[in-house]
Design a protein around this ligand. Structure first.
Ligand code: ADP
Ligand code: MG
Length: 308
């Protein structure tokens, strides 16, 4: 009968060696080393997904949940224009769902780790009678001139996103491509003033790079790219609102000077799509939505929020 140790042993054998990970799965701690040419700074983030709050099975599968648990972290590293390196996975596995479930979950993590050249370097495996909980810690390195922060946007900057928004909860939230390549390519091409990934919805997340820095923003409704996952039979205004508020898009939102924005539009980095959605303004703490007929309304932050 399979226990925690069989699961870990199978995982250990499946993980490819990596230069920066001197000791990975199997000892009391991992031993990591940064490459000689690397930026010595380390990017670290941790995220937790709990069954019932962040997903339910079905419609999600354990494999897709594992995938997402790592993907959301990759998206955060992308939002620093970073390069992911090693991951640590802590799981509380529901006993009643059995061993195959556990293997599927870890396979989902392992597959995406390989795809993004991330070394699974450690973790903690628990089996309990509660729901599935999975937490991934991801370490990475800055690229180019260093990490790109949420601060740094200036009034007059363009706000751009790397893909269409909305409707993610119909399935894309489990299968999205973290914009790691786009983050690095953008950082290598232009001077990014601010960068963030869209997890809670544009209407909420835009505030982190504008209002929280003492500025405001105007979003042009007609320029917000609406994903084809948003039902086509909805009125156009409602489709735009879905794109602004649904969340879990995991596209990048960037602020760049107007000149750099022009440059990006005329020659975007290979494999990176870009849409201008608005601009940073000096109206403190105010985000406005501008409709094509000239109507302006306050854009309230509507994305998902955890509350007690
Ligand atoms: P300890 O009791 O010393 O914490 P464990 O038996 O919990 O050791 O873990 C053994 C090794 O397996 C450690 O290197 C740990 O990091 C790794 N590990 C445990 N669970 C996972 C997991 N789900 N994914 C990756 N590595 C894991
Ligand atoms: Mg342990």
């Amino acid at each position: 009968v399979a226990d925690e140790f069989d699961i870990i042993e199978r995982l250990r054998k499946a993980v490819a060696p990596r230069a920066g990970v001197e000791v990975g799965i199997g000892d009391d701690t991992a031993v990591l080393r940064s490459g000689i040419d690397d930026d010595p700074r380390t990017l670290v983030m941790v995220d937790l997904l709990a069954e019932g709050t962040h997903f339910t099975i079905p419609p999600a599968t354990p494999r897709l949940v594992g995938r997402k648990a790592l993907a959301v972290n990759l998206s955060d590293i992308a939002a620093m224009a970073g390069r992911p390196e090693s991951a640590f996975v802590a799981v509380a596995l529901p006993r009643a769902r059995g061993e195959a479930f556990a293997e599927e979950l870890l396979a989902g993590i392992h597959e995406l780790a390989e795809e993004f050249d991330v070394c699974l370097a450690g973790g903690d495996t628990n089996i309990w009678d509660g729901p599935l909980v999975v937490s991934v810690t991801l370490l990475g390195r800055p690229t180019g001139s260093g990490p790109v922060l949420r601060s740094g946007a200036q009034p007059g900057d363009w706000l751009m996103v790397t893909g269409p928004l909305g409707g993610s909860l119909s399935g894309r939230h489990l299968t999205f491509t973290p914009r790691v390549a786009a983050g690095q390519a953008l950082h290598a091409t232009v001077e990014l003033h601010a960068l963030i990934d869209l997890s809670d919805g544009l209407s909420r997340d835009v505030r982190h790079i504008t209002c929280e820095q003492g500025y405001g923003a105007v979003i042009e409704a007609a320029m917000v790219p609406v994903h084809s996952d948003v039902p086509r039979d909805l009125p156009a205004d409602e489709r735009t609102r879905r794109a602004l508020n649904d969340g879990e898009d995991f596209e990048l939102l960037l602020a760049v000077s107007a000149e750099e924005g022009q440059r990006l539009l005329s020659s975007p980095p290979v494999g990176c799509s870009l849409f201008t959605v608005g601009a940073v303004t000096d109206s403190t703490d105010r985000v406005e939505l501008l409709w094509p007929d000239g109507r302006r309304e306050p854009l309230e932050p509507h994305g998902y929020e955890h509350r007690f």
